[in-house]
Write a protein that binds this ligand. Sequence first.
Ligand code: PNS
Length: 174
Amino acid sequence: MTERAPHVAVCPGSFDPVTNGHLDVVSRAVGLFDEVIVAVLTNPAKEPTFTLDERLEMLRESLGVLDGVRVEAVSGGLLVDFCREVGAGAVVKGLRSGTDFAYELPMALMNRHLSGLETVFLPGEPRFEHVSSSLVKEVAGHGGDVSGLVPDAVLARLLARLGVVGHTGTVPGR
Ligand code: PNS
């Protein structure tokens, strides 16, 4: 019997920092592919809050020993080249809303145009629909409660980085 090549997928992003929404999508991808590589890139359109090393560390801590996942930095160049190097046949992206789709679709089509690389869109868990790294940072920076939206270890680092002591923003009676 001939053995088939493993199906490898890449989950790319800035992960600045990783949220529970990201972890939800990665864990769904793990159920669909033999190997998932979480690829950490620096998006030139965004000023990062955490260094590349810090973002890698937080992802590795948060994903623990989840089987079939590894976290890698992409130091530059095109995502399609990285995918070719690691033998990935697909990119996996989570979708929260139509806004995400509008942002992701041109990138998916460009990646396919460049190298034939396909993108698989996975609908995220609805309870994380409002969760993005940038919104979490904004809310936390103003003292709002973002616990449950990012892993606990990430929350501690985020509050330290933003110089936040405690949180406000809790609705009375909740
Ligand atoms: O989490 P983000 O910042 O939305 O992720 C965007 C990212 C980093 C995945 C995207 O900008 C990317 O793929 N950058 C690598 C360079 C590249 O291939 N650009 C062309 C994309 S079609």
